[in-house]
Ligand binder design. Structure first.
Ligand SMILES: [Zn+2]
Length: 277
């Protein structure tokens, strides 16, 4: 088996039967995951990605599946598909928004339609619910996080504790760094308390970071920082600037074409230069 030259890190947010903003329909998500599972792709975790960036070999067709924020629909609609195909993904959770209570009803693998599953609102409705303090209606619960960890469908890492854009809230640089440090400390402490472990991987809210942000993250113990900058991971990719690929709500053929590009470093570099957005 050949070694991977580049590792694409895919970025998702929502999976739901109803299409919408930053939402993948269940149908397209299932088709995309089926494609990965049947075409010999290895879905790797963040420890393996870190080893690749440190120079260790990974098998060809290695890919990372990431979800941001930790929405309820990840459990209801994404988890059953991941479990069905034996795939592993990553959810970057906003630790302050994960709720308590029993796990809700998720979809049955392979069954078409929402059935009697927990309702999963659109992205806009999720944002509104969070603004109104109704996080539990739209975000994951710790019981669901634990169930996904136990099933091996997802691993969990930090997306900060509050998802606040401190650069927009705090004009004073020292106060801003202090607020961010507290945010990251809370997130790590929460992960440690709830999951028994807090990794050194951090995904920036809305992909925003600057040198001061990175210095704070480093001080708190985060060594691998995930952005929304486009491109594939190469062994030379800086671990504090990990690029990702926004996956569109499109059939498996779309993903297949993107993966063909992003697993080849020269093609990937050319493509991101020609399509810089
Ligand atoms: Zn986010």
């Amino acid at each position: 088996m050949n070694n991977a030259l580049a590792v694409p890190v895919l970025m998702y947010h929502h999976v739901s039967p109803a299409p919408g903003l930053v939402t993948m329909t269940s149908e397209n998500f299932r088709a995309q995951m089926r494609h990965l599972a049947t075409r010999g792709w290895h879905t790797i975790g963040l420890d393996a990605l870190a080893r690749f960036l440190a120079g260790e070999a990974l098998p060809e067709r290695s890919v990372v599946i990431t979800f941001d924020d930790g929405y309820l629909d990840n459990w209801v609609h994404a988890h059953p598909v991941m479990a069905e195909y034996g795939l592993r993904g990553v959810i970057f959770i906003i630790t302050g928004r994960i709720g308590e209570g029993p796990a809700r009803q998720h979809a049955s693998p392979g069954k078409v339609g929402a059935g009697d599953t927990a309702p999963t609102p659109s992205h806009r409705d999720c944002v509104q619910a969070m603004q109104e303090g109704r996080c539990d209606d739209v975000m994951l619960r710790w019981s669901e996080v634990e169930a996904m960890r136990a099933a091996g469908s997802f691993e969990f890492h930090s997306h900060t504790h509050t998802h606040a854009r401190w650069d927009r809230i705090e004009p004073d640089a020292a106060t801003r760094a202090q607020r961010l440090a507290e945010d990251l400390e809370y997130s790590r402490a929460t992960l440690r308390e709830r999951l028994g472990d807090a990794s050194s991987h951090l995904c920036w809210p809305q992909g925003y970071y600057d040198d001061a942000y990175r210095a704070v993250a480093r001080r708190i113990g985060f060594t691998h920082l995930y952005t929304v900058r486009r491109g594939a991971c190469l062994p030379a990719t800086p671990q504090e600037e990990i690029p990702r690929i926004v996956v569109k709500d499109m059939p498996a053929a779309w993903l297949s074409r993107r993966l063909t590009i992003y697993r080849r470093p020269w093609l990937s570099n050319l493509y991101t230069r020609l399509h810089p957005d």
